[in-house]
Design a protein around this ligand. Structure first.
Ligand code: NAD
Ligand code: UFG
Length: 337
């Protein structure tokens, strides 16, 4: 297939480019590099032996989006491009609504105008809000707790409406749980700008000495060790899930939400200890107050992904920690030289 990958230079996008190229697809990346480095695409080329075509442009630039579709006939689009930091979205809501909603509207309009109706969209378990019960199946109630979450929910709603009005659409909404880890080569991985908000990049940066100490946000939750539970999924499993979604698009009419998670929850302390085992030493860490807005537990019911996409996560917590550490220790400053 000829695939356009928006946000393909980013963390999940670059890993998905690797899997897509390995599967024999022709990949074009559309990315404005606002949260990525072109070096990630050099690394994709080093891993696969094939360099994806690259359009450096902004989804907010409608003419550039049109030009991308004028230049090539795509069979499908994987849409990763978006801003993703929850805290930043609270501080800069307009930027999040503009970038994520308007950018997506431009993309969907040009897809429609060019007769491209196959789409895999990066949604998030954030659309389940603060879960009433776990595991979370796709039919669980949807809500949003912050502007970032609202952009995901609203884009999902837009796509549901578009698919209802125009039967030619084949759309899979992939709701990721907590993507972590890195490609086993150690050539590509997560490289957040500034101080990381998420647990795994914080841990890896403490381990490599870029940050002093890990704060564990709360140890008085009603869980087995008092820390919150999440469904950590290896980014390569996640990338493979996109390939399974692409392969299943034909048989999936309309707009189908699918969880991408392992179905297993780990506590913060379990993840930290597993990472310490991979590094071979304890990390400087302390218990800090709860982080406002955190759900006690969130993990997937991954049944639908197996049934509809034939996909199941294969890699466990040990592989996740080994690969995350391999990436960070080989690239202590990420993609910066
Ligand atoms: P990322 O920031 O590494 O990748 C996003 C990419 O999109 C970046 O390369 C960025 O430069 C690009 N981009 C952003 N706005 C753009 C625009 N207007 N035009 C062109 N390019 C633009 O993030 P990621 O972790 O790889 O996430 C990919 C997608 O998955 C995002 O939509 C994110 O919301 C979603 N998601 C991520 C997580 C997570 O924890 N990483 C969890 C759930 C969902
Ligand atoms: N945590 C710490 N210390 C840190 C960072 C995080 O203890 O320095 C804890 C959090 O309190 C939470 C757990 O680690 O209990 C996981 O936190 P993350 O920030 O890594 O992940 P979240 O589950 O809070 O959020 C992530 C994405 C969201 C997405 C959500 C659901 O950041 O964008 O998963 O997919 F919406």
């Amino acid at each position: 297939m000829n695939i356009l990958v928006t946000g393909g230079a980013g963390y999940i996008g670059s890993h998905t480019c690797v899997e897509a190229i390995k599967a024999g697809h022709a990949v074009t990346v559309f990315d404005n590099l606002c949260n990525a480095s072109a070096e990630s695409l050099n690394r994709v080329a080093a891993i696969t032996g094939t360099r994806p075509d690259f359009i450096q442009a902004d989804l907010l630039d409608r003419a550039a989006v049109k030009a991308a579709f004028d230049a090539k006939a795509y069979d499908a689009v994987i849409h990763f491009a978006g801003l993703k930091a929850v805290g930043e979205s609270v501080a800069k809501p307009w930027e999040y609504y503009n970038n994520n909603i308007v950018g997506s509207l431009n993309l969907f309009a040009e897809m429609r105008d060019h007769g491209v109706f196959n789409l895999v969209f990066s949604s998030s378990a954030t659309v389940y809000g603060n879960p009433e019960k776990v595991p979370l199946a796709e039919g669980a109630p949807l809500s949003a707790l912050n502007p970032y979450g609202r952009t995901k929910l609203w884009i999902e709603d837009m796509l549901r409406d578009m698919a209802a009005a125009e039967p030619r659409w084949h759309i899979v909404l992939l709701r990721y749980f907590n993507p972590v880890g890195a490609h086993e080569s150690g050539l590509i991985g997560e490289d957040p700008g500034g101080i990381p908000n998420n647990l795994m990049p914080y841990i890896t940066q403490v381990a490599v000495g870029r940050l002093k100490e890990l704060s564990i946000f709360g140890d008085d939750y009603p869980t087995r060790d008092g820390t919150c539970i999440r469904d950590y999924i290896h980014v390569c499993d996640l990338a493979e899930g996109h390939l399974c979604a692409l392969a299943s698009l034909d048989k999936l009419q309309g707009c189908t939400p699918v969880n991408l998670g392992t179905g297993n929850g780990f506590t913060v302390l379990e993840l930290v200890r597993s990472f310490e085992k991979a590094v071979g030493r304890p990390l400087p860490r302390r218990i800090a107050p709860r982080r406002p807005g955190d759900a006690v537990a969130s993990y997937a019911d991954a049944t639908r992904a197996a049934a509809l996409l034939g996909w199941k996560a294969k890699r466990g917590i040990d592989a996740i920690c080994r690969d995350a550490w391999n990436w960070q220790s080989k690239n202590p400053r990420g993609y910066r030289p």
